[in-house]
Design a binder for this molecule. Structure first.
Ligand code: SPV
Ligand code: MG
Length: 436
């Protein structure tokens, strides 16, 4: 009875390892009352930091077993508003690191809510010990290992139901995909995965997107990206080539830690889909393409690797019935996901496909590449039952005009002075990539 009457001391934890700094804070907080720990869900931790190594249930068990913890509950949002209003703790304990930087608005909101009912904020000095950064680096390296990286795409899809991926074609674009974070309305946003586009991998090499850049070179790009990132990779496998070749591609990608390969149901000389019917393109037969999918599924060694069948019927103007017939046949042949491609300015045909596909299949993930109908938001795609949204070419397309402008400015002025404001400073560029 005595225990229950003590003040409630609330702390939020997102850590997947308990180290001496946590213990030190807990020791101090204990003096204030009964400690209640709020555990953040995996999805929220991944949105502002990195994917947790220890899953939610195990983290809760870990926190419960810390000596002196009264209770562990779920904190469903990154911000403290809801949990503070619900629990009304006497004290909110936090490290003082959130006074500045991206957590500042979260702190301000928490103070406001504490003031509503007379709760107090207690801030302890945040431990800046280098060894904790090293521990985090060890965890990040763990996330980058092939097994952990490969399996994460499936986990993310089931966790969030709709995920996004951005194109990456080099180490630096991989880093942009990995690290870019936006804070908005008390939430953090990051990309979930990376798309290794054949269009962009070819464009970067000044080559057309016709399966000319060979697999050895494409794998080299994957390796460059993997070396500096941890997020899952979706590989654009074009037509998958001959079935006899595709099985080797599947094994190589799987071994490297790629999560998903997407192959399109075209045959012969492949041209980029955004040309549509303006160029000659041949769709494969359902029978052949199903055989390719099945052979790929048989070749893979893990249960995590995914083969996604990309349907080109709408691109090639073969109609909705053809697209749906193919989708069901490909899933039956073993496809783990389907991608429906369209180059229309409106999403209507994609939504019609999704609606009719979902009448018969509620589970197979649907992938879209909204390059031409890019007015649609991720939330709308999610409402329509779409699971993966790929921004397929945006880093390449934004980079080229910037570089062209710089080149033209130098030629026009016969010196580079006028490009100063267009360029990153030398100091910034040399410190952009820290040495390990
Ligand atoms: C790519 O990014 O290479 C693609 C998508 O295959 S698209 O260019 O829209 O065909
Ligand atoms: Mg492509």
């Amino acid at each position: 009875m005595e225990e229950i009457k003590r003040p409630i001391v609330y702390m939020c934890f997102s850590t997947d390892i308990i180290h001496s700094a946590h213990i030190a804070i807990i020791e101090k907080a204990k003096a204030l009352g009964n400690i209640v720990i709020g555990a953040l869900p995996d999805e929220i931790i991944a949105s502002y930091r990195r994917f947790p190594i220890v899953p939610y249930d195990e983290r809760v068990a870990l926190y419960k077993n810390i000596k002196g913890i009264y209770k562990v509950i779920e904190q469903k949002t990154w911000g403290y508003k809801d949990i503070l209003r619900e629990l009304k703790p006497d004290y909110l304990v936090h490290g003082d690191d959130w006074k500045e930087g991206f957590q500042k608005p979260i702190r301000e909101e928490a103070i406001q809510v504490l003031n509503e009912y007379g709760g107090k904020l207690v801030e302890f000095p945040y431990s800046k010990d280098k060894k904790y950064d090293e521990l985090d680096a060890v965890f990040r390296r763990q996330l980058a290992t092939p097994d952990m990286r490969r399996s994460r795409l499936r986990k993310l899809i089931s966790m969030k139901s709709c995920i996004n991926a951005i194109e990456a074609h080099s180490g630096i674009t991989g880093l942009i995909a990995e690290k870019t974070t936006v804070y908005q309305d008390g939430k953090a946003y990051q990309f979930d995965a990376m798309w290794l586009s054949s269009l962009c991998d070819s464009t970067i090499k000044g080559k057309p997107d016709i399966e000319l850049v060979d697999m050895t070179s494409r794998f080299r790009t994957v390796d460059d990206i993997m070396e500096v990132t941890t997020k899952p990779i979706i590989f654009d496998g074009d037509t998958g080539s001959l079935t006899e070749h595709f099985v080797y591609t599947v094994r190589s990608l799987e071994r490297m830690g790629v999560s998903m390969v997407i192959i399109e149901d075209k045959t012969g000389l492949k041209k980029n889909s955004l040309f549509g019917t303006e160029v000659k393109q041949t769709q494969d037969t359902i029978e052949n393409f199903c055989a390719k999918i099945s052979a790929g599924k048989k070749a893979q060694k893990t249960k995590d690797f995914m083969i996604c069948a990309r349907i080109e019927s709408l691109i090639l103007e073969q109609g909705m019935e053809d697209a749906l017939t193919r989708a069901f046949a490909y899933v039956k042949a073993g496809a783990d996901a389907v991608m429906i491609h369209s180059r229309k300015k409106e999403p209507d045909e994609v939504f019609e496909f999704t609606k009719r596909f979902r009448e018969h299949d509620k589970v197979t993930p649907i992938v879209v590449v909204p390059t031409s109908y890019n007015q649609v938001t991720e939330e709308e795609f999610k409402q329509h039952g779409i699971n993966v949204v790929i921004y397929a070419n945006h880093l390449t397309r934004s980079m080229i005009p910037a570089m062209k402008k710089t080149a033209e400015t130098i030629l026009k002025n016969h010196r580079s002075f006028e490009t100063n404001d267009m360029c990153m400073s030398i100091k910034d560029i040399i410190t952009l990539i820290p040495e390990e």
